[in-house]
Write a protein that binds this ligand. Structure first.
Ligand code: ZN
Length: 257
């Protein structure tokens, strides 16, 4: 459950779990405390006190359902861990997926599917409400970073070839390597822009096609999110297979003060 965690993050996780166990008057740290601490360290602290309007909740439910359904439909994605409309960190909802093990390589097909998943939130909002929000800001940044690295650093655009364009400023890390010092001509810059745009546009088109052709499942996931707030990967699988949740989670409790 902690692939890719650094030693410091693991130490932080154990620390958070100990605090939770103490708060619950437990004699030892158990699996629930470890899981909750892991989610907090990995995806940020839950902000249950944030008061959202019904409209915002519905929008968030469709946004997250859009990510979740694409993770299920695409082949080269990591398993879905959890989808939630409880605000966490800077976002109003989260779709969390986890690789099954530590991963140091990214295959091109995985990156292309990651781009499609990143489009899912915005696409679902647009299909359902015929309007969009700024909730896709993080998705747009992530997708831009992936597309840029694919074209400029990883030789994954046939048109641009196996050439490094620009020099990375600072550490090269997936999707964070956005700032690059330029060392190429103006026409090349234009081609790079076109290639990045093409990757994103194709991902957007694929996301739209997939979600439109599974609109009933999108609705079912969004409604289940509004009802239960948090679903795990198995619930989404059940909705995809049977159209509804066979083993429903507990209904959300009112927040503890
Ligand atoms: Zn999103």
């Amino acid at each position: 459950g902690t692939p890719g965690f650094s030693g410091a993050e693991l130490a932080n996780l154990i620390n958070e779990a100990a605090l939770l166990a103490a708060r619950r008057n437990l004699k030892a740290i158990g699996t629930p405390e470890l899981e909750e601490a892991r989610d907090k360290v990995r995806w940020g602290r839950e902000r249950r006190s944030l008061a959202l309007t019904d409209k915002e909740k519905e929008n968030t439910a469709y946004h997250e359902a859009g990510h979740a359904i694409l993770i299920e439909l695409l082949e080269n994605t990591d398993p879905l861990h959890k989808v939630t409309i409880i605000p966490r960190g800077p976002s109003l909802g989260s779709t969390m997926w986890l690789p099954e093990q530590d991963k140091f390589n990214h295959r091109k097909n995985e990156l292309l599917d990651d781009l499609v998943v990143a489009m899912g939130g915005r696409v679902a909002e647009q299909i359902q409400f015929n309007d969009v929000t700024n909730g896709a800001m993080g998705d747009i940044r992530q997708a831009t970073g992936i597309a840029r690295s694919m074209v400029c650093a990883w030789g994954m655009s046939e048109r641009m070839g196996m050439i490094e364009y620009g020099e990375p400023e600072g550490a090269v890390f997936l999707a964070r390597d956005i700032a690059r010092a330029r060392n190429y001509s103006e026409p090349t810059a234009q081609q790079i822009d076109e290639e990045e745009k093409r990757l994103i546009d194709e991902a957007f088109g694929k996301a739209r096609h997939l979600i439109l052709s599974h609109k009933d499942k999108l609705d079912a996931i969004a409604q289940a999110l509004l009802e239960y707030e948090t679903l795990d990967g198995n619930h989404i699988k059940e909705i995809m297979e049977h159209g509804r949740i066979m083993n429903p989670p507990q209904s959300p409790k009112p927040p503890t003060p």
